[in-house]
Design a protein around this ligand. Structure first.
Ligand code: ZN
Length: 110
């Protein structure tokens, strides 16, 4: 039931990843969140959902490529933090401009 007090509560806080582990084959990312949840996401899924301007048309929000064409064996070569709000990945195809914030990573994993 929603009431006045619910409507003025601050927006739900976005969980923050406290640990990020790349699997030995570099195809899987395991995330541990500050609310205790543990999630996983494949490098391929991250690459398919890259939010950068090259991968998503700014005016339409449409993907500029066919996600099915992203190879199954997609790897993550490098992970770098962006401030304390996001991660950026270098993928096997050397694409590395996408900034994945915690909210997006949480949606894509788990
Ligand atoms: Zn991209």
């Amino acid at each position: 039931m929603s009431n006045f007090w619910d409507s003025i509560k601050p927006a739900t806080r976005v969980p923050v990843a406290v640990q990020v582990d790349l699997s030995a084959d570099q195809k899987n990312l395991a995330l541990k969140w500050d609310d205790g949840l543990q999630t996983q996401v494949t490098a391929r899924r991250l690459r398919q959902n890259c939010p950068c301007a090259e991968c998503v048309e700014e005016w339409s929000g449409k993907r500029t490529f066919d996600p099915e064409k992203i190879p199954l064996e997609t790897k993550i070569i490098e992970i770098e933090p962006v401030g304390n709000y996001a991660l950026t990945f270098t993928f096997g195809d050397l694409h590395r401009v996408g900034i994945f914030n915690w909210k997006h990573l949480r949606e894509l994993s788990g």
